[in-house]
Design a protein around this ligand. Structure first.
Ligand code: IFM
Length: 411
């Protein structure tokens, strides 16, 4: 039996576009239509209407915290025009969590943008931070009385990689230079938002908030130990995992470190070109590890070793996402168990961890993969929008209730 700290946060996450439905003023909505994406978002999980029912389920599962995001394109569908109705909606969403004694963790940007913002260059626009801050100010002024945890940007490197290097997400660019500009603008926006948020809380005499980002981290490992592979592992680890955090900590703009962890990445570089050093992955299946339904290696040991390396920042760490898409719910519980064990071992080694948020509370829209991937503790029937609690969710609920981890989960 493994015992976690008493004051641990336990919960699950969602993001607005992936669950709400009908976010018609977002760049993703327009892009899905334009490229005729198979399995477009449409009504998603109808969480916009059903959030109270979903939070009842989270409560029933003993969650004491919940991570969600605000859809910028709903609040500001046209430049500078904020909709009172949508501001009121998010106020009610946060109230609904508070009424259930669930701590809200609020993300300001989770991959999607208002279409008008995308049309003026999105995160490549040198004034991007000004637009972002204007929106951030509105929502922070509105919610500050009820929110302590803010996540400014979700997975900045993942966003830049998919949208500006791989060309898999809107605006489908393939340019390292553009990606770098986007990453710089995201960092600047965080740094400015950090001061903005703290300033608002100070002005209103509220206790200090906790502000961070959600940083996706992967363990990079070489397929074979060659010079090219070793160099690539070093470069990717530095640029993907650490540079962004280094910059924000240098500016003293993180109150904790938010981490999203899913998998490791096997590196196998074919040529000595810049592009290959950063992009080549192991094509032949060298990995013997179990995988999720997207083919990602399940590797809890990677979480442990990254957590120990994060100790050097001397900041508390919050796991803001960790999860598995699978049709096999037994595998889901095994995944959660093994990752929690890694967390426990890291805590024993002196890593200060605030909590663990599973991705995701409910099945949802997995971006360009549509609805086929099932990450949820709760299953969603996309015909009826009925919810069904999975067995793995019940096992996790025991941990949330007792703070104790026991593999043989009996419900
Ligand atoms: O669904 C995504 C989420 O939006 C960001 N983190 C990773 C998840 C699984 O791919």
């Amino acid at each position: 039996m493994l015992q976690f700290p008493k004051s641990f946060f336990w919960g699950a996450a969602t993001s607005s576009y992936q669950v709400e439905g009908d976010n018609v003023n977002s760049d993703w909505w327009e892009w899905e239509k334009r490229i005729a994406l198979k399995g477009p978002c449409q009504k998603a999980c109808r969480h916009y209407d059903l959030y109270r029912e979903d939070f009842d389920l989270a409560k029933q599962l003993n969650h004491n915290s919940h991570r969600l995001s605000i859809e910028w394109s709903r609040l500001e569908p046209e430049e500078g025009r904020f909709l009172a109705k949508e501001l009121e909606h998010y106020k009610l969403v946060i109230d609904a969590l508070k009424e259930r004694n669930i701590e809200p963790i609020v993300t300001l940007h989770h991959f999607t943008n208002p279409l008008w913002f995308a049309k003026i260059g999105g995160w490549q626009n040198k004034n991007a931070h000004k637009y972002f801050l204007r929106y951030a100010e509105k929502i922070i002024e509105l919610l500050c009385e009820n929110v302590r945890f803010w996540v400014t940007i979700n997975e900045p490197m993942v966003y830049a990689y998919h949208a500006y290097i791989l060309g898999a997400w809107p605006p489908q660019e393939k340019s390292f230079l553009k990606a770098q500009a986007v990453v710089d603008n995201l960092a600047l926006s965080h740094i400015k938002a950090y001061s903005l948020i703290h300033g608002i809380y100070k002005k209103r005499n509220l206790p200090k908030p906790f502000v961070s980002i959600a940083k996706n981290m992967q363990l990079f490992e070489p397929c074979k130990r060659t010079l090219k592979n070793n160099l690539a592992v070093y470069l990717r680890d530095k640029t993907f995992n650490f540079n962004f955090l280094d910059k924000l900590t240098k500016h003293k703009t993180l109150d904790f470190i938010g981490i999203n962890y899913y998998t490791r990445s096997l590196v196998d570089v074919k040529k000595w070109y810049f592009k290959n050093l950063f992009l080549d992955c192991c094509k032949e299946n060298h990995s013997q590890l179990e995988k999720n339904s997207l083919g990602w290696d399940i590797y809890p040991e990677g979480l442990y070793s990254l957590l120990l390396r994060l100790k050097r920042y001397n900041l508390p760490i919050f796991i803001l996402e960790n999860g598995i898409c699978t049709e096999d719910d037994t595998l889901r519980w095994a995944f959660i168990y093994r990752h929690l064990k890694s967390l426990y071992l890291a805590i024993r080694e002196g890593v200060n961890i605030l909590g663990y948020i599973y991705w995701s509370l409910i099945d949802n829209f997995e971006w360009d993969k549509g609805f086929s991937q099932r990450f949820g503790l709760i299953e969603v029937d996309y015909n009826t929008y009925n919810r069904r609690i999975r067995e793995s969710a019940m096992c996790f609920a025991q941990v949330c209730k007792t703070g104790m981890l026991n593999h043989s989960c009996s419900n």
